[in-house]
Write a protein that binds this ligand. Sequence first.
Ligand SMILES: Cc1ncc(COP(=O)(O)O)c(C=O)c1O
Length: 374
Amino acid sequence: MNLFDVYPLWDIEPVKAEGCYVYDENGTKYLDLYGGHAVISVGHAHPYYVRKITEQLSKIAFYSNLVVNSLQKELAEKLGKLSGYEDYFLFLINTGAEANENAIKLASFHNGRQKVVAFKKAFHGRTSVAVGVTDVPAYKAPVNEGQDVVFLPLNDLNLVEETLNKGDISSVIIEGIQGIGGIQVPDPEFLKALSRICKKTGTVLILDEIQSGYGRSGKFFAHQYAGIRPDIITVAKGMGNGFPIAGVMISPDFKAVHGQLGTTFGGNHLACAAAIAVLDIMKDENLIDHAAKIGDYLMSELKKIPQIKEVRGHGLMIGLEFEQSIKEMRSRLLFEEKVFTGVTGAYVFRLLPPLCLSMQEAEEFLKRFEKVLS
Ligand SMILES: Cc1ncc(COP(=O)(O)O)c(C=O)c1O
């Protein structure tokens, strides 16, 4: 059997990784400014993370969600504390798309409405409801066309108000910072007003923090820059530092009903051990403040580079927009300068390194980046 060819592949195979570096089979060392697509939060192969998962594996890796698993409680408590949402509930699944799928469903169970508002250029995942609220036509099959969704321009308060005032919107889903849309930061005043209008109209506000959450923005959640408290928050990516785990954080106003949501693998012992280790490390190593500090430094240096049209983002979620295609530049960065970066579209680099990126590694990146610009 061959693999189904849906990914354009770089001809590189990482076989080992440590901290902010990955190594291929020839021992070539790459600086990781991509974090495996914003997934690596506490760094590759962190010894504490490896130890906690290994210990858990030799005890029990999985059992059904129909018996007690106190690791889930420990995870919920630690996540509530570190994120500032101690009074919220946690539902555990495996991927970001599943988190959004369940969040939108839960909102609809809660207020009995059907229609969803999402934003232009949004990405929320590939499963049916999640891809339905994703603004990328190429990702949708005819079977996804039935979803009742309205896409509004980001930051257009008048249109949001007009749409929500009709009183038939179940939920609004918005990314803390748009990732695939090109690192677009919603205006904090827009988020505040959106939160207020959602409350007034009984619309559930869902913050997709799958890419922008878990410390990446320099706060636990990017929406915390606006000082709002959404009804539902979705998390994944950095939560397990590479181990598949995701969560739906749910306001205390929601009532849990047996059977409404469910999953076989979500919240299994091994995934919880990984996610607990991530939170322990983030707290012990003060990685959120660290991401803010290194991110500020990187952004201020990048803003001095005249070839870059615009630098956007917060913390270690940085977008660099160019006037011309960056295809060649990215390829040179990878193959000549040995630096992994992300991109979105033809003009925007996405920097999404592990949150433990040191000042020295940030400087190393800037040096190598300037080489491909000259
Ligand atoms: C903002 C956002 N939401 C949802 C998803 C989907 O997550 P997953 O690929 O784990 O299903 C992603 C993935 O890139 C994302 O960036």
